[in-house]
Design a protein around this ligand. Sequence first.
Ligand code: F6R
Length: 368
Amino acid sequence: EKGGYDYFMLKEIDEQPGAVADTLRGHLLNGQIVLDEQRLDAQELRDVDKVFVVACGSSFHAGLIGKQAIEHWTRVPVEVELASEFRYRDPVLDRQTLVVAISQSGETADTLEAVRYARTQRAKVLAICNTNGAQIPRESDAVLYTHAGPEIGVASTKAFLAQIAAVELVGLALAQARGTKYVDEIQREFDALAAIPDQIARVLEQLDAVRAVAREIATSKAVLFLGRHVGYPVALEGALKLKELAYMHAEGFPAGELKHGPIALIEDGLPVVVIMPSPIGRPVLHQKMGSNIAEIKARGARTIVIAEEGDLVARSHADYLIEVPAVPTLLTPFVTTVPLQVLAAEIAQARGYDVDKPRNLAKSVTVE
Ligand code: F6R
């Protein structure tokens, strides 16, 4: 059933174009974004004046990406919070708050308890979930299912990409309900999303550079990941994959924070993965990231740069360059995450670990 793959995880990485396409399918009907279950009326959605995304682990990273899209499209403020933190403080919630709970399994105890808490405060809850009929969607006011199919590998891959698609659809649904986007704009954003599976497939065809890097850094003690804007959650996700699969110390930072502390960690030979913003989509951030790479290189870091095809600055600064196709900025995590998943899986295998069953981890965490 692994279909010729050594591990489910590797198969699931390859299934990502389909996971995203299937998650989009059926969610735009006659120019309208439709959810799978909707127990909220149009007025309640229109009245939403604040969004909290609550989730754990990789699902939290999908939320951080979603924040950028939701705020950009709706102008509604969005906070993204780890479910285990959210429910034990005193978050400001009321009936105009929408809590978006993201969970692959739909059974994660921290997220479920956050949903229950939100409901006691009269907030509305929308679940993004990969498992039909799981507890979190059952206790929510609206549901958008990701259609990644069952994910067997403990580390999330295809479910994560499907979650990004889903949270972006939720952003469009809110924009539509609130009238901050016209029908033709929604259609355009949806079409851009629909073009993504082919771009992911292209990334999957060009993984030789990633495999070569994996061999080079497999024995390193630690790896840092730097990103900006939507590249920051991608950096966090790349670091999480490496921790859980390869048991390496890995950390993701927003590149602008470097000089406020983390740069002290840079020493000779330390591998640093940089998720480069697009030179065309985000020229200012691209330039700043160019300076960040120069700074860490001057201190001896080995730079592994994930950059848009044709990015000459990235090419000139990179010890190892991994190119991905150009896509609209809010959609770049779909293409920049994939090489990081493969990097972690390859390093883990080089170190002799079972990537489907990392030590100490469970697929579904049903205790708090
Ligand atoms: C990371 C991973 C975990 C889950 C987290 C949330 O690869 O799989 O961090 O993302 O435990 O799980 P769900 O999404 O099922 O609530």
